[in-house]
Design a protein around this ligand. Structure first.
Ligand SMILES: *Cc1c(COP(=O)(O)O)cnc(C)c1O
Length: 456
């Protein structure tokens, strides 16, 4: 057919983007203490900080908002969403939360205890922080291919089953459940194969451990399975999602991703073993079990969004978006996590700034440079996010220095991506001018959100 894949939607309502000059951006970034999290969104041209809660809702979702019933208990909006979620997940219990980390916090504080250990392909930053805050060791066991940015593999999000079994043998008594993140956000938005989920579930069962999936991007993962895993090419996205959920005993979800909404999350559980303690924590932290930190209208928007998020035309365009920018970066000689993930492109900062010492935080510095050059806001996934400041004053560093450009759903068009590709190539051409950074101030948990920096 045609080479150009169109955005499978048209625009009904627009938001202006304010254009800034390089000179203005330098001033704005310095005012933000060289931390793009501290910029005002109005001062950003392409806001690719995150795909979380930033997407455009459809006209059907906005219409559903008006159906929201704000009853404190037993709202029909809850039951409408529950029916949609049960249909996709096959799980008996649906517990709404205000976002993904609330689902994690509620579940972990109900089920984990100090000294426990939880394996995962890669824990997302909030997942890791919530576990560590509860005194639980969060262990990443992604396959070795998942840690090599330039290596092509269809399912780089797969968990290393041999290392899982080793961990189960060594630390079985400390493990309340196994987790797997689909797609693997921290490892490049890379998918997990159905075979890997199935085998992981079987392995956990052998040791009598439940499987909890972190399903923020379950629909994008399902589309990758459809495209890449033999035997799934003729299945619908919903059928693939249903099979993924069949292997799990529960899941945590940030609906701000594949839920296609601006706020929301949930826990689902297959049986009622943990239900009472989870509900107790929910009421304490979030709210009554039929709204859990959300308004009735949010529940309605999610009920529509979950179904729209599984639309095949949408998902095909969605995955193509990242792939398209990847092709342009490849042409400019810029390294990135390959193949491109579902929701984002992860630039390998070491390929643009090979000589910058890790002590100057190359990925953070590249992130700043993208803002200065093109007004593009990405996020560092490197040693600021995952390194640690130890009590003796020394620093630990992450194995990868990535800048993630995450794409809000249904929001930017092809010309925005063409512009970005030009700006990124320009940063590479002038890489010698990119300045490193040093910490001025940092907090103990999730330090990247609030840290202040100076030029190195
Ligand atoms: C976003 C995300 C979370 C946390 O969800 P929030 O809604 O941001 O609290 C957890 N896990 C993964 C994989 C995510 O991408």
């Amino acid at each position: 057919m045609f080479k150009t894949m169109i955005e499978p939607f048209r625009i009904k309502s627009v938001e202006p983007i304010r254009v800034t000059t390089k000179e203005q951006r330098k001033h704005l970034l310095e005012e933000a203490h060289l931390n793009v999290f501290k910029l005002r969104a109005e001062d950003v041209l392409l806001d690719w900080l995150t795909d979380s809660g930033t997407g455009a809702m459809s006209s059907a979702q906005w219409a559903a908002i008006m159906l929201g019933d704000e009853s404190y208990a037993g709202s029909p909006s809850f039951y409408r969403l529950e029916a949609v979620i049960k249909d996709i997940t096959g799980m008996d219990h649906f517990i709404p939360t205000h976002q993904g980390r609330a689902a994690e916090k509620v579940l972990f504080s109900a089920v984990c205890k100090k000294g426990d250990l939880v394996p995962n392909n890669c824990h997302f930053d909030t997942t890791r922080a919530n576990l560590e805050y509860a005194g639980v060791e969060a262990v990443d066991l992604v396959i070795p291919e998942g840690l090599k940015p330039s290596l092509i593999h269809p399912f780089k999000g797969n968990i290393d089953l041999a290392r899982v079994e080793e961990t189960l043998k060594l630390h079985g008594a400390r493990i309340p459940f196994g987790m797997i993140t689909v797609t693997n956000n921290t490892g490049g938005g890379q998918p997990v194969s159905m075979a890997n989920i199935r085998e992981y579930s079987r392995l956990l069962k052998k040791y009598n451990k439940p499987l909890i999936m972190d399903v923020c991007r379950f629909a994008e993962n399902a589309m990758f399975i459809k495209i890449r895993e033999p035997g799934y090419e003729n299945k619908t996205i919903k059928e693939i999602c249903q099979e993924m959920f069949r292997y799990a005993d529960g899941a945590t979800m940030s609906a701000k991703k594949d839920g296609m909404v601006n706020i929301g999350g949930f826990i689902v559980l297959r049986d009622d073993q943990w239900l009472d303690s989870v509900r107790e924590m929910l009421i304490l932290n979030e709210g009554f079990p039929t709204y859990g930190g959300l308004a009735g209208r949010d529940l309605e928007a999610l009920a529509v969004g979950l179904v729209e998020g599984m639309d095949e035309d949408y998902l095909r365009y969605r995955l193509r978006t990242a792939e398209y920018l990847g092709e342009k970066l490849e042409a400019a000689g810029i390294g990135f996590v390959k193949p491109t993930g579902g929701h984002a492109v992860y630039i390998d900062a070491k390929t643009i700034l090979p000589d910058m010492p890790k002590e100057h935080y190359p990925a953070w510095s590249l992130c700043n440079a993208l803002y200065l050059e093109g007004g593009i806001r990405g996020v560092e996934i490197g040693s600021v996010m995952f390194g640690k400041h130890l009590p003796d004053g020394s620093e630990t560093y992450h194995s990868m220095e990535l800048v993630r450009l995450a794409f809000p759903r249904r929001m930017y068009t092809q010309s925005h991506f063409d512009y970005a590709a030009e700006a990124i190539a320009e940063v590479k051409a002038n890489a010698k001018l990119v300045r490193g950074v040093k910490f001025v101030k940092q907090s103990k948990y999730l330090r990247h959100f609030t840290a202040d920096f100076r030029w190195a």
